[in-house]
Design a binder for this molecule. Structure first.
Ligand code: CTP
Length: 405
Protein backbone atom coordinates (compact mmCIF):
# COMPACT_ATOMS: atom_id res chain seq x y z
CA UNK A 1 0.00 0.00 0.00
CA UNK A 2 1.25 3.51 -0.86
CA UNK A 3 1.61 5.17 2.54
CA UNK A 4 1.26 8.95 2.58
CA UNK A 5 2.28 9.46 6.24
CA UNK A 6 4.99 6.84 6.79
CA UNK A 7 6.16 6.77 10.40
CA UNK A 8 4.66 10.19 11.17
CA UNK A 9 3.78 10.47 14.87
CA UNK A 10 0.34 12.02 14.90
CA UNK A 11 -1.27 13.26 18.07
CA UNK A 12 -4.98 13.10 17.27
CA UNK A 13 -7.05 15.46 19.40
CA UNK A 14 -10.80 14.92 19.51
CA UNK A 15 -13.08 17.63 20.87
CA UNK A 16 -16.74 17.54 21.79
CA UNK A 17 -19.17 17.42 18.90
CA UNK A 18 -21.38 14.92 17.16
CA UNK A 19 -18.71 14.51 14.45
CA UNK A 20 -16.44 12.93 17.11
CA UNK A 21 -17.71 9.53 15.97
CA UNK A 22 -15.90 10.06 12.65
CA UNK A 23 -12.58 10.42 14.48
CA UNK A 24 -12.54 6.64 15.05
CA UNK A 25 -12.59 6.04 11.29
CA UNK A 26 -10.00 8.82 10.87
CA UNK A 27 -7.70 7.04 13.32
CA UNK A 28 -7.90 3.86 11.24
CA UNK A 29 -7.17 5.78 8.03
CA UNK A 30 -4.19 7.55 9.63
CA UNK A 31 -2.76 4.19 10.64
CA UNK A 32 -3.39 2.80 7.13
CA UNK A 33 -1.39 5.78 5.83
CA UNK A 34 1.54 4.65 7.97
CA UNK A 35 1.15 7.07 10.88
CA UNK A 36 1.66 6.17 14.53
CA UNK A 37 -1.26 7.67 16.41
CA UNK A 38 -1.90 8.64 20.01
CA UNK A 39 -5.27 10.04 20.95
CA UNK A 40 -6.30 12.76 23.38
CA UNK A 41 -9.99 13.30 24.07
CA UNK A 42 -11.41 16.44 25.64
CA UNK A 43 -13.88 16.00 28.50
CA UNK A 44 -16.73 16.90 26.15
CA UNK A 45 -15.52 14.44 23.50
CA UNK A 46 -15.95 11.68 26.09
CA UNK A 47 -19.66 12.49 26.18
CA UNK A 48 -19.88 11.46 22.52
CA UNK A 49 -17.31 8.67 22.18
CA UNK A 50 -15.43 6.38 24.55
CA UNK A 51 -11.73 6.16 25.18
CA UNK A 52 -12.00 2.38 24.79
CA UNK A 53 -12.81 2.65 21.07
CA UNK A 54 -9.74 4.76 20.42
CA UNK A 55 -7.52 2.66 22.64
CA UNK A 56 -8.46 -0.47 20.73
CA UNK A 57 -7.99 1.19 17.34
CA UNK A 58 -4.71 2.97 18.15
CA UNK A 59 -3.11 0.24 20.23
CA UNK A 60 -2.04 2.94 22.69
CA UNK A 61 -3.55 4.27 25.91
CA UNK A 62 -5.87 7.20 25.37
CA UNK A 63 -5.56 10.31 27.51
CA UNK A 64 -8.11 12.90 28.44
CA UNK A 65 -6.99 14.53 31.68
CA UNK A 66 -4.01 16.59 32.74
CA UNK A 67 -4.46 15.20 36.23
CA UNK A 68 -4.20 11.47 35.58
CA UNK A 69 -1.30 10.35 37.79
CA UNK A 70 -0.96 6.91 36.23
CA UNK A 71 -0.88 8.32 32.70
CA UNK A 72 1.56 11.08 33.66
CA UNK A 73 3.80 8.37 35.12
CA UNK A 74 3.83 6.46 31.80
CA UNK A 75 4.18 9.39 29.35
CA UNK A 76 3.90 12.86 30.86
CA UNK A 77 2.08 15.54 28.92
CA UNK A 78 5.30 17.33 28.02
CA UNK A 79 6.78 14.08 26.78
CA UNK A 80 3.64 13.51 24.73
CA UNK A 81 3.94 17.04 23.29
CA UNK A 82 7.56 16.28 22.34
CA UNK A 83 6.69 12.86 20.93
CA UNK A 84 4.38 14.33 18.28
CA UNK A 85 5.55 15.16 14.75
CA UNK A 86 2.11 16.54 14.04
CA UNK A 87 -0.98 17.51 15.99
CA UNK A 88 -4.33 17.05 14.24
CA UNK A 89 -7.55 18.05 15.97
CA UNK A 90 -10.63 16.51 14.36
CA UNK A 91 -13.28 17.51 15.01
CA UNK A 92 -12.30 20.93 16.34
CA UNK A 93 -15.30 22.54 18.02
CA UNK A 94 -16.00 26.29 18.14
CA UNK A 95 -15.08 26.26 21.82
CA UNK A 96 -11.78 24.52 21.21
CA UNK A 97 -10.84 26.97 18.43
CA UNK A 98 -11.61 29.85 20.81
CA UNK A 99 -9.46 28.34 23.53
CA UNK A 100 -6.57 27.72 21.11
CA UNK A 101 -6.81 31.29 19.80
CA UNK A 102 -6.54 32.54 23.39
CA UNK A 103 -3.60 30.27 24.14
CA UNK A 104 -5.34 28.65 27.10
CA UNK A 105 -3.97 25.62 28.91
CA UNK A 106 -6.94 24.54 30.98
CA UNK A 107 -7.14 20.93 29.84
CA UNK A 108 -4.80 18.32 28.41
CA UNK A 109 -5.42 18.98 24.71
CA UNK A 110 -5.03 22.78 24.88
CA UNK A 111 -1.93 22.38 27.06
CA UNK A 112 -0.38 19.98 24.54
CA UNK A 113 -1.03 22.46 21.73
CA UNK A 114 0.96 25.10 23.65
CA UNK A 115 3.69 22.71 24.70
CA UNK A 116 4.44 21.15 21.34
CA UNK A 117 6.77 22.37 18.62
CA UNK A 118 4.96 20.19 16.09
CA UNK A 119 2.75 21.76 13.42
CA UNK A 120 -0.92 21.98 14.32
CA UNK A 121 -3.82 21.26 11.98
CA UNK A 122 -7.47 21.64 12.88
CA UNK A 123 -10.56 20.26 11.15
CA UNK A 124 -13.47 22.38 12.35
CA UNK A 125 -16.94 20.88 12.66
CA UNK A 126 -19.94 22.72 14.03
CA UNK A 127 -23.37 24.10 13.27
CA UNK A 128 -23.29 26.41 10.22
CA UNK A 129 -24.43 29.44 12.23
CA UNK A 130 -21.65 28.90 14.77
CA UNK A 131 -19.13 28.51 11.94
CA UNK A 132 -20.27 31.75 10.28
CA UNK A 133 -20.19 33.71 13.55
CA UNK A 134 -17.76 36.62 13.55
CA UNK A 135 -16.17 35.33 16.78
CA UNK A 136 -15.37 31.93 15.24
CA UNK A 137 -14.03 33.53 12.06
CA UNK A 138 -11.87 35.94 14.07
CA UNK A 139 -10.46 33.03 16.09
CA UNK A 140 -9.64 31.19 12.86
CA UNK A 141 -7.89 34.25 11.46
CA UNK A 142 -5.71 34.35 14.58
CA UNK A 143 -4.90 30.66 14.30
CA UNK A 144 -4.13 30.94 10.58
CA UNK A 145 -1.81 33.89 11.24
CA UNK A 146 0.12 31.62 13.61
CA UNK A 147 0.53 29.04 10.88
CA UNK A 148 -2.19 26.64 12.00
CA UNK A 149 -3.51 24.61 9.06
CA UNK A 150 -7.28 24.61 8.74
CA UNK A 151 -8.86 21.67 6.91
CA UNK A 152 -12.43 22.28 5.77
CA UNK A 153 -15.15 22.39 6.88
CA UNK A 154 -17.30 21.04 4.07
CA UNK A 155 -20.79 22.25 3.25
CA UNK A 156 -23.87 20.04 3.26
CA UNK A 157 -26.60 18.75 5.51
CA UNK A 158 -25.75 18.74 9.20
CA UNK A 159 -26.61 16.44 12.09
CA UNK A 160 -28.68 19.26 13.62
CA UNK A 161 -30.89 19.45 10.49
CA UNK A 162 -29.32 22.66 9.13
CA UNK A 163 -27.72 22.88 5.72
CA UNK A 164 -24.53 24.88 5.29
CA UNK A 165 -20.82 25.04 6.02
CA UNK A 166 -19.57 23.24 9.10
CA UNK A 167 -19.35 19.54 8.30
CA UNK A 168 -16.18 17.69 9.22
CA UNK A 169 -14.20 16.65 6.13
CA UNK A 170 -14.41 12.89 5.50
CA UNK A 171 -11.53 10.84 6.98
CA UNK A 172 -9.84 10.08 3.60
CA UNK A 173 -9.98 13.80 2.75
CA UNK A 174 -8.39 14.66 6.09
CA UNK A 175 -5.57 12.16 5.59
CA UNK A 176 -4.95 13.56 2.09
CA UNK A 177 -4.99 17.16 3.39
CA UNK A 178 -2.53 16.28 6.14
CA UNK A 179 -0.18 14.50 3.75
CA UNK A 180 -0.32 17.47 1.34
CA UNK A 181 0.33 19.96 4.14
CA UNK A 182 3.40 17.99 5.24
CA UNK A 183 4.83 17.51 1.74
CA UNK A 184 7.76 19.83 1.07
CA UNK A 185 6.54 22.81 -0.97
CA UNK A 186 7.51 23.51 -4.54
CA UNK A 187 9.94 26.21 -3.37
CA UNK A 188 11.61 24.14 -0.63
CA UNK A 189 15.29 25.05 -0.29
CA UNK A 190 14.91 28.40 -2.05
CA UNK A 191 15.62 31.75 -0.43
CA UNK A 192 13.41 34.65 -1.42
CA UNK A 193 13.83 38.33 -0.61
CA UNK A 194 10.76 40.55 -0.72
CA UNK A 195 10.49 44.30 -0.13
CA UNK A 196 7.19 45.86 0.86
CA UNK A 197 5.48 49.04 1.96
CA UNK A 198 6.32 52.70 1.51
CA UNK A 199 9.48 54.54 2.51
CA UNK A 200 9.42 57.63 4.68
CA UNK A 201 11.92 60.38 3.97
CA UNK A 202 12.30 62.75 6.89
CA UNK A 203 11.96 66.49 6.49
CA UNK A 204 12.45 67.28 10.17
CA UNK A 205 11.96 65.29 13.42
CA UNK A 206 8.15 65.21 12.98
CA UNK A 207 7.46 65.43 9.24
CA UNK A 208 8.27 63.19 6.34
CA UNK A 209 7.60 62.61 2.64
CA UNK A 210 5.82 59.26 2.21
CA UNK A 211 3.30 57.53 0.01
CA UNK A 212 0.04 55.61 0.29
CA UNK A 213 1.43 52.07 -0.06
CA UNK A 214 -0.07 49.79 2.63
CA UNK A 215 2.46 46.97 2.16
CA UNK A 216 -0.33 44.41 1.76
CA UNK A 217 0.78 43.14 -1.66
CA UNK A 218 4.39 42.56 -0.59
CA UNK A 219 3.33 40.92 2.66
CA UNK A 220 0.99 38.64 0.70
CA UNK A 221 3.86 37.69 -1.66
CA UNK A 222 6.09 36.88 1.34
CA UNK A 223 3.33 34.74 2.88
CA UNK A 224 2.63 32.93 -0.40
CA UNK A 225 6.32 32.19 -1.03
CA UNK A 226 6.69 30.85 2.52
CA UNK A 227 3.57 28.73 2.14
CA UNK A 228 5.12 27.24 -1.01
CA UNK A 229 8.19 26.23 1.01
CA UNK A 230 10.63 29.11 0.48
CA UNK A 231 12.74 30.66 3.22
CA UNK A 232 11.62 34.29 3.06
CA UNK A 233 13.19 37.56 4.22
CA UNK A 234 10.85 40.53 4.13
CA UNK A 235 12.27 44.06 4.18
CA UNK A 236 9.37 46.24 5.27
CA UNK A 237 8.91 49.99 5.22
CA UNK A 238 6.67 51.59 7.86
CA UNK A 239 3.40 49.60 7.74
CA UNK A 240 0.82 48.44 10.25
CA UNK A 241 0.75 44.77 9.30
CA UNK A 242 1.52 41.61 11.29
CA UNK A 243 4.54 39.61 10.13
CA UNK A 244 3.40 36.61 8.08
CA UNK A 245 4.00 33.33 9.88
CA UNK A 246 7.47 31.87 9.36
CA UNK A 247 8.87 34.93 7.56
CA UNK A 248 11.98 36.84 8.74
CA UNK A 249 11.18 40.54 8.83
CA UNK A 250 13.57 43.50 8.75
CA UNK A 251 11.95 46.89 9.41
CA UNK A 252 13.31 49.98 7.72
CA UNK A 253 12.11 53.55 7.24
CA UNK A 254 13.91 55.35 4.42
CA UNK A 255 14.86 54.29 0.90
CA UNK A 256 18.53 54.31 1.84
CA UNK A 257 17.88 52.01 4.81
CA UNK A 258 15.84 49.75 2.54
CA UNK A 259 18.69 49.66 0.02
CA UNK A 260 21.15 48.66 2.74
CA UNK A 261 18.90 45.89 4.07
CA UNK A 262 18.17 44.57 0.57
CA UNK A 263 21.82 44.59 -0.50
CA UNK A 264 22.83 42.79 2.70
CA UNK A 265 20.40 39.95 2.01
CA UNK A 266 20.36 39.76 -1.78
CA UNK A 267 23.58 37.82 -2.32
CA UNK A 268 21.99 34.87 -0.52
CA UNK A 269 18.70 35.05 -2.41
CA UNK A 270 17.56 33.25 -5.52
CA UNK A 271 14.59 35.56 -6.05
CA UNK A 272 14.08 39.26 -5.29
CA UNK A 273 10.55 40.64 -5.43
CA UNK A 274 10.60 44.42 -5.13
CA UNK A 275 7.04 45.23 -4.09
CA UNK A 276 7.98 48.27 -2.02
CA UNK A 277 6.85 51.71 -3.14
CA UNK A 278 10.28 53.23 -2.74
CA UNK A 279 10.19 57.04 -2.63
CA UNK A 280 12.02 58.35 -5.68
CA UNK A 281 13.09 61.54 -3.86
CA UNK A 282 14.15 62.61 -0.38
CA UNK A 283 14.73 66.05 1.15
CA UNK A 284 18.26 67.24 0.40
CA UNK A 285 18.78 67.85 4.14
CA UNK A 286 16.90 66.80 7.27
CA UNK A 287 16.24 69.81 9.54
CA UNK A 288 17.60 69.01 13.02
CA UNK A 289 14.67 70.83 14.71
CA UNK A 290 11.02 71.06 13.89
CA UNK A 291 10.55 73.63 11.12
CA UNK A 292 8.54 76.60 12.38
CA UNK A 293 5.96 78.54 10.41
CA UNK A 294 8.22 81.54 10.80
CA UNK A 295 10.92 79.65 8.85
CA UNK A 296 8.71 79.84 5.80
CA UNK A 297 6.98 83.18 6.08
CA UNK A 298 6.57 83.43 2.35
CA UNK A 299 6.05 79.66 1.85
CA UNK A 300 8.59 76.89 2.16
CA UNK A 301 10.61 75.35 -0.59
CA UNK A 302 11.63 71.78 -0.12
CA UNK A 303 14.68 70.79 -2.06
CA UNK A 304 14.63 67.10 -3.06
CA UNK A 305 17.36 64.80 -4.30
CA UNK A 306 16.97 61.44 -5.99
CA UNK A 307 17.03 58.20 -4.04
CA UNK A 308 18.99 55.19 -5.24
CA UNK A 309 16.96 52.83 -7.45
CA UNK A 310 17.23 49.60 -5.45
CA UNK A 311 15.60 47.43 -8.08
CA UNK A 312 17.84 48.63 -10.90
CA UNK A 313 20.89 48.19 -8.68
CA UNK A 314 20.00 44.58 -7.87
CA UNK A 315 19.22 43.87 -11.54
CA UNK A 316 22.66 45.20 -12.53
CA UNK A 317 24.51 42.78 -10.23
CA UNK A 318 26.31 39.74 -11.51
CA UNK A 319 25.49 37.11 -10.49
CA UNK A 320 22.01 38.27 -9.70
CA UNK A 321 18.81 36.72 -8.43
CA UNK A 322 15.63 36.36 -10.47
CA UNK A 323 14.44 39.97 -10.31
CA UNK A 324 10.77 40.96 -10.10
CA UNK A 325 9.61 44.57 -10.09
CA UNK A 326 6.26 46.26 -9.66
CA UNK A 327 4.94 49.10 -11.73
CA UNK A 328 2.18 51.37 -10.55
CA UNK A 329 0.87 53.28 -13.53
CA UNK A 330 -2.01 55.69 -13.96
CA UNK A 331 -2.37 55.19 -17.74
CA UNK A 332 -1.06 53.06 -20.64
CA UNK A 333 -0.25 50.37 -18.10
CA UNK A 334 1.11 47.73 -20.48
CA UNK A 335 3.27 50.03 -22.60
CA UNK A 336 4.82 51.79 -19.60
CA UNK A 337 5.37 48.55 -17.70
CA UNK A 338 6.98 46.78 -20.66
CA UNK A 339 9.31 49.76 -21.11
CA UNK A 340 10.23 49.57 -17.41
CA UNK A 341 10.83 45.79 -17.68
CA UNK A 342 13.33 46.40 -20.45
CA UNK A 343 14.94 49.54 -19.04
CA UNK A 344 15.61 47.97 -15.64
CA UNK A 345 16.47 44.56 -17.20
CA UNK A 346 13.94 42.72 -15.05
CA UNK A 347 12.93 39.07 -15.35
CA UNK A 348 9.30 39.90 -14.59
CA UNK A 349 7.20 42.95 -13.84
CA UNK A 350 3.82 43.05 -12.12
CA UNK A 351 1.91 46.08 -13.29
CA UNK A 352 -1.24 47.61 -11.93
CA UNK A 353 -3.32 50.66 -12.46
CA UNK A 354 -3.39 53.07 -9.54
CA UNK A 355 -5.39 56.16 -8.77
CA UNK A 356 -9.19 56.44 -9.03
CA UNK A 357 -9.55 54.30 -5.86
CA UNK A 358 -7.48 51.50 -7.42
CA UNK A 359 -4.41 49.78 -6.07
CA UNK A 360 -3.28 51.31 -2.79
CA UNK A 361 -4.91 50.79 0.62
CA UNK A 362 -7.22 48.09 -0.71
CA UNK A 363 -7.47 44.35 -0.15
CA UNK A 364 -8.00 43.55 -3.82
CA UNK A 365 -6.24 44.42 -7.02
CA UNK A 366 -5.70 43.27 -10.61
CA UNK A 367 -2.22 42.62 -11.99
CA UNK A 368 -0.71 42.33 -15.42
CA UNK A 369 2.41 40.15 -15.40
CA UNK A 370 4.91 40.84 -18.18
CA UNK A 371 8.20 39.09 -18.88
CA UNK A 372 10.47 38.89 -21.92
CA UNK A 373 8.27 37.20 -24.50
CA UNK A 374 5.17 36.66 -22.36
CA UNK A 375 2.25 38.11 -20.45
CA UNK A 376 -0.48 36.95 -18.07
CA UNK A 377 -3.43 39.06 -16.93
CA UNK A 378 -4.60 38.29 -13.38
CA UNK A 379 -8.21 39.38 -12.89
CA UNK A 380 -9.24 41.52 -9.91
CA UNK A 381 -9.23 39.42 -6.73
CA UNK A 382 -7.85 39.59 -3.19
CA UNK A 383 -4.15 40.27 -2.78
CA UNK A 384 -3.57 36.80 -1.23
CA UNK A 385 -4.80 35.05 -4.36
CA UNK A 386 -2.86 37.42 -6.62
CA UNK A 387 0.30 36.79 -4.62
CA UNK A 388 -0.15 33.02 -5.00
CA UNK A 389 -0.57 33.40 -8.77
CA UNK A 390 2.50 35.65 -8.96
CA UNK A 391 4.60 33.20 -6.94
CA UNK A 392 3.41 30.33 -9.17
CA UNK A 393 4.36 32.29 -12.31
CA UNK A 394 7.84 33.05 -10.91
CA UNK A 395 8.30 29.37 -10.07
CA UNK A 396 7.28 28.39 -13.61
CA UNK A 397 9.59 30.93 -15.27
CA UNK A 398 12.50 29.72 -13.14
CA UNK A 399 11.85 26.03 -13.73
CA UNK A 400 14.18 24.34 -16.21
CA UNK A 401 12.75 24.67 -19.75
CA UNK A 402 11.79 21.01 -20.01
CA UNK A 403 9.91 21.05 -16.74
CA UNK A 404 7.75 24.06 -17.61
CA UNK A 405 4.09 23.19 -18.01
N1 CTP B 1 12.01 50.93 -7.05
C1 CTP B 1 13.19 50.81 -6.34
N2 CTP B 1 13.87 51.91 -5.93
C2 CTP B 1 13.43 53.14 -6.23
C3 CTP B 1 12.23 53.28 -6.97
C4 CTP B 1 11.55 52.15 -7.35
O1 CTP B 1 13.60 49.68 -6.06
N3 CTP B 1 14.11 54.19 -5.82
C5 CTP B 1 11.29 49.72 -7.50
C6 CTP B 1 9.97 49.46 -6.83
O2 CTP B 1 10.10 48.58 -5.72
C7 CTP B 1 9.17 48.79 -7.93
C8 CTP B 1 9.67 49.47 -9.15
O3 CTP B 1 10.97 49.91 -8.85
O4 CTP B 1 9.44 47.42 -8.03
C9 CTP B 1 8.77 50.60 -9.46
O5 CTP B 1 9.37 51.48 -10.24
P1 CTP B 1 8.82 52.97 -10.43
O6 CTP B 1 9.14 53.79 -9.29
O7 CTP B 1 7.44 52.91 -10.94
O8 CTP B 1 9.70 53.16 -11.67
P2 CTP B 1 10.50 54.34 -12.21
O9 CTP B 1 11.52 53.70 -13.07
O10 CTP B 1 10.94 55.21 -11.10
O11 CTP B 1 9.45 54.99 -13.15
P3 CTP B 1 8.46 56.20 -12.99
O12 CTP B 1 8.94 57.10 -14.05
O13 CTP B 1 7.12 55.61 -13.26
O14 CTP B 1 8.61 56.73 -11.59
Amino acid sequence: MNQSLPGVRVLLGVSGGIAAYKAAELLRRLRDAGAQVRVVLTANAERFVTALTFQALSGNPVRSSLWDEAAEGAMGHIELARWADQVLIAPASADLLARLAQGRADDLLSTLCLATAAPLAVAPAMNQQMWAHAATQANLAILRSRGVQVFGPAAGSQACGDVGSGRLLEPPELVAALAAARAPGELAGQRWLVSAGPTYEDIDPVRFVGNRSSGRMGFAVAAAAHAAGAQVTLVAGPVALPTPHGVTRIDVRSARQMREAVLAAVADSEVFVSAAAVGDFRPAAVAPHKLKKADGDSGLELSLVQNPDILAEVAARSPRPFVVGFAAETEQVEAHARAKLERKRLDLIAANEVGHELGFERDDNALLLLWPGGREALARTDKGALAQALVARIARLRAPQGARP
